[in-house]
Write a protein that binds this ligand. Structure first.
Ligand code: DAH
Length: 362
């Protein structure tokens, strides 16, 4: 009997050691300890034995059962560890490998330029705000000191939405915002200065030719505090333009202009040359109009509940396509909206690049 047990133990130990995957180990377990397994069979013979033999033999089988169980567990742990090691080595990812050559998506020049604007104005301490594309007449015009019937409203080729303006009155009339200056109003209403804000987004005008599309993008800026003057305006915009065009010596000048929501109003030009019909920014003695700006009109502050005798400041607005075209040498505004992948291949930006870079294309 003891002889039998020793032999069975040898055989089972070998079978377990030979099981080189979890499936085979399970088969070995069933063959030893399962309902029809060899140890189970041996247990069944106990009933036929004399009581004194049964005691010793029973103890020996139990010991064998424990030993075999322990061997199976050990083998199982080893196999699992090995399987995990194999899985890990199979699944390693070498993050130092170059990106797959077929990765082709590019960042649209508008997105790229917006990232650059956020990066530059963000580093100057401006907060980013936003407002809705569908506006009402009050936020787009009246609050910005365009009185009802004022001719400046006609400069904007506004898209009006069909609505129930007759019931609610002129001010509630819905339209697609014609400029981002609306966000100045939304930013100031019910709040207390100081303000230092930029916002960006789509604006809409009924116009279409080489330099006008019915939808385009603007960036708007607003700075309001107790002692803000035209010097701050000029310094801030000069710093911005020099950072954006990556030229520390870029010339800038202010030229008087008119906007209903600023007084005085100005346009800012940057230095350029136009030799042989080729435009070069930052050289020569010619000028190129780049943005509108001015000191926020007292009426605008009053419309937002701010006392113009206590607070003043400046605002500015710029077309994002326009500055992108100038920086990256894109000749036609309309191509921005054509979704032509060949154009994007050429003018788009590598998604892994940092936002502010000197030259366009890939
Ligand atoms: N809203 C003007 C436009 O669309 C641009 C502009 C001019 C914005 C002067 C301003 C500003 O904030 O001060 O043409």
């Amino acid at each position: 009997m003891t002889q039998n047990i020793a032999q069975l133990k040898d055989e089972l130990t070998q079978a377990i050691a030979a099981a080189n995957d979890l499936q085979k180990l399970e088969e070995a377990r069933v063959a030893a300890l399962g309902k029809k397994g060899r140890i189970t069979d041996l247990m069944k013979t106990l009933g036929n034995l004399a009581p004194e033999e049964r005691k010793d033999f029973g103890a020996a089988i139990n010991l064998l059962k424990d030993e075999v169980t322990a061997l199976i567990e050990k083998q199982e742990a080893g196999l699992k560890k090995q399987a995990m090691a194999e899985k890990l080595s199979r699944e390693t990812l070498d993050i130092t490998l170059p990106i797959r050559p077929e990765a082709k998506g590019t960042i649209h020049p508008i997105s790229q330029t917006m990232d650059e604007l956020i990066s530059i104005f963000g580093s100057m301490g401006f907060q980013l705000d936003e407002g809705p594309d569908i506006e009402d007449d009050w936020h787009n015009f009246t609050a910005l000191n365009f009185p009802p019937g004022h001719p400046a409203r006609e400069m904007h080729d506004t898209f009006y939405l069909p609505d129930d303006a007759d019931e609610k009155g002129e001010a509630a009339k819905k339209l697609l915002r014609t400029h981002t200056s609306t966000v100045q109003i939304r930013h100031m209403m019910g709040k207390k200065p100081p303000f230092k804000m930029i916002c960006m987004g789509r604006v809409y005008r009924s116009d279409y030719d080489m330099t006008h599309t019915p939808v385009f993008h603007q960036i708007e800026g607003l700075v309001i505090d107790k002692n803000i003057n035209m010097g701050h305006l000029k310094g801030c915009l000069m710093d911005f333009l020099r950072a954006f065009f990556e030229n520390d010596k870029l010339g800038v000048r202010l030229r008087p202009s008119f906007f209903p929501f600023t007084e005085p109003s100005a346009e800012m030009d940057i230095g350029c040359s136009r030799k042989n019909g080729e435009l070069k920014i930052g050289e020569g003695d010619d000028w190129l109009e780049i943005l509108g700006c001015g000191m926020v009109h007292g009426n605008v502050l009053k419309n937002c509940g701010i006392d113009p005798d206590e607070y003043q400041g400046f605002a500015f607005g710029m077309g994002i396509e326009r500055i992108a075209m100038l920086k990256y040498g894109i000749p036609d505004l309309r191509t921005f909206f054509e979704s032509d992948t060949r154009w994007l291949d050429h003018y788009g930006f590598n998604p892994l690049d940092r936002p502010n870079r000197a030259t366009g294309g890939k």
